[in-house]
Design a protein around this ligand. Sequence first.
Ligand SMILES: Cc1ncc(COP(=O)(O)O)c(C=O)c1O
Length: 382
Amino acid sequence: MIYLDNAATSFPKPPAVAEAISTFLATGAGNPGRSGHRLALAAQRAVSETRRLLASCFGVADPARVAFALNATEALNQALWGLLRPGDRVVTTSIEHNAVARPLNALADRGVAVARVPCGPDGALDLDDLARALEAGPTRLVAMTHASNVSGTVLPARDAARLAHDHGALFLLDAAQTAGVLPIDVREMGLDLLAFPGHKGLLGPTGTGGLYVAPHVRLAPMRQGGTGTRSEEERQPEHMPEALESGTVNTVGIAGLGAALRYLMERGVVNVAAHEAALTARLLAGLKEIPGLRIHGTADHRRQVASVSITLEGWEPVDMGAVLDSSFGIAVRPGLHCAPAAHRTLGTYPQGTVRLSPGCFTSDEDVDRTLAALRGLAGAGN
Ligand SMILES: Cc1ncc(COP(=O)(O)O)c(C=O)c1O
């Protein structure tokens, strides 16, 4: 099978991930921070070690500023609901995933003003448009994706963060498509909040993700409850990460994520980025040669991550996805990719596109076989 759905979740995972999960379940699966016995301590060690690795991956000085979450969606919800209050204004973009768009729509119903900066038909964000949106009124937060999950287009996060700060706003980056795939340093990029999944580019299991919260940012917790520490206190603790981590965390997944991060750091995020850029360049070059095929995005591997959206004359995306799977053993994702606004921006709403997303373990041969399959479909029509 050729797996080109890494933008949804990465597959395969490094073998060390399954090994770490299995060892953890056999030898360390206590409840972290809840007791002093050896299993609880082993679990605590695994959780702390993964937190330390995440901090080091994202240039975070104090690992306690990273709270675990189940996925990027939970982290984004925690950031948005924890920060924004009626009367606040937030600036976002027109290519956001529903994980940002839906909470913002719900917050708009509760009196938060939401301004959406339109991106171009290739998904690109013009910083002058962002500046104009910021000049239109006092803004609490700029919330945006680092790269579109539909077209792969990379947004200028560092410059956008600087503009946000120049206008007195905080900056939240949705790194669902870039964590583990592009280098991210919260200090160098000026990120106040960084939401990331553990199960995509970071190569960990599903059920993992997290939120970095800068020391000057205070969020109201989405959940309150037991934290294992200061049980005598009747109120939710305010210190991180406990403030945002009530209830037992996904220790099994976090142990697996730790192994994934060790793999990734050994291989080097810059090397993964170079591998995926080369695959994207190869894929785009081949796609451009196929008659009747349209690429919806930058069509330039230097301006995007390894997510390429296409349509093919004579084929509905959903049918093309089904045939690629059933006849060629190629796993892709057709449709709207939980990002209808992005598809409106790209001009592919409501039918959507077929998204091809190679990953860390995709080979040149996988790309070539996919191109051959698509050439066949272009010849056959539907
Ligand atoms: C840009 C973007 N944001 C948020 C999410 C949500 O991520 P998760 O599935 O980890 O909740 C996704 C998932 O594909 C995404 O692509």
